[in-house]
Design a protein around this ligand. Structure first.
Ligand code: PRP
Length: 285
């Protein structure tokens, strides 16, 4: 069977999480240091370690069938490449920022200004949509330094924690797009590759659903079971098993990991004891 070719970032912010999600899908690969290409040991897949900015072109040309890539890069260079799945990591924003001391009353303030960016297409589209004309300065790295060295009045780049902006005395004034890592699919993928892709997507969905959820167990006195169960927004109704001790039960359910912190106090107040929270490796929906 012809292998499915996947591109992942050779180095940079997506590299480790990309390898991790494949690993969590049961696909063993190595980290790509000092190599361009590798074969998965237990899945019909070949991995190409590529530079982030080159990946959209490889997808368009059909050199690779799929890729793990940031939406920000797809938007900038991808044209109409389909996204099969959002992967929930490497979240960032593509934003406009200006010196912290400058006043800002809206996007019109940037009319006629110089903006340094590695995202000219995204920025041009955004500005023309807002009816603003500016002078774009295209640079490939260290964009945030541009205002400090007199190269630009503003910058447009990705912001994640915001610490690069902070260090460079800049403030974020417009969020142009929100981005996360996605599984992108080449428009030239061959139909006989689709079966492997479907298998991969199934595995990814199970991993992502598991990451979103926690398995929780607790002990509850039987006379408080109804109140406790009402607090649990689980998959279906929880499993309730009798404990060896008369009048007590063990309650098991799956809960969204964020919801858990919202209900923990209420569960305790309602009489739940010995609450255990366990990670879920995979959840088949
Ligand atoms: C990006 C971007 C910013 C920084 C923002 O660079 O260009 O400099 O991250 O992140 P922060 O808000 O968490 O500080 P990255 O480290 O991805 O490397 P790059 O320069 O190769 O783009």
């Amino acid at each position: 069977m012809e292998k499915l070719k996947i591109a992942i970032q050779k180095s940079g912010r997506l590299n480790q999480d990309s390898i991790k999600i494949l690993k969590d899908c049961g696909i063993s690969i190595d980290n790509g240091k000092d190599q361009l290409k590798a074969s998965a040991r237990n899945f019909p897949m070949e991995i190409f370690y590529l530079r982030n900015g080159d990946i959209p072109q490889y997808l368009k040309d059909g050199v690779v069938d799929i890729a793990i890539i940031g939406e920000n890069v797809l938007e900038e260079k991808g044209g109409n490449i389909a996204v099969a799945e959002k992967l929930g990591f490497s979240r960032c924003r593509v934003s406009l920022a200006i010196p912290r001391a400058s006043a800002y009353n809206g996007i019109k303030d940037l009319a006629g200004k110089q903006i340094a960016t590695s995202y000219p297409n995204t920025l041009n589209a955004y500005l023309s949509n807002k009816g603003v004309q500016a002078d774009l300065h295209i640079i490939n790295g260290s964009v945030e330094i541009a205002p400090n060295i007199g190269l630009a009045d503003a910058i447009c780049d990705i912001v994640s924690s915001g610490s690069t902006l902070f260090k460079n005395n800049l403030k974020e004034v417009e969020v142009m797009m929100n981005s996360e890592a996605v599984l992108a699919v080449s428009p030239r993928i061959k139909s006989n590759q689709n079966e492997i892709l479907e298998d991969l997507i199934f595995r990814i969905k199970s991993v992502l659903a598991g990451r979103q959820s926690k398995y929780i167990l607790m002990n509850a006195p039987n006379d408080k079971l109804d109140a406790i169960i009402k607090l649990l927004p689980g998959m279906r109704s929880p499993t309730v098993l009798p404990l060896a001790e008369e009048g007590w039960s063990s309650v098991h359910t799956v809960i969204n990991k964020d919801k858990f912190w919202e209900v923990i106090n209420e569960l305790k107040l309602a009489g739940a004891e010995g609450i255990l929270v366990c990670p879920i490796e995979k959840m088949v929906l």
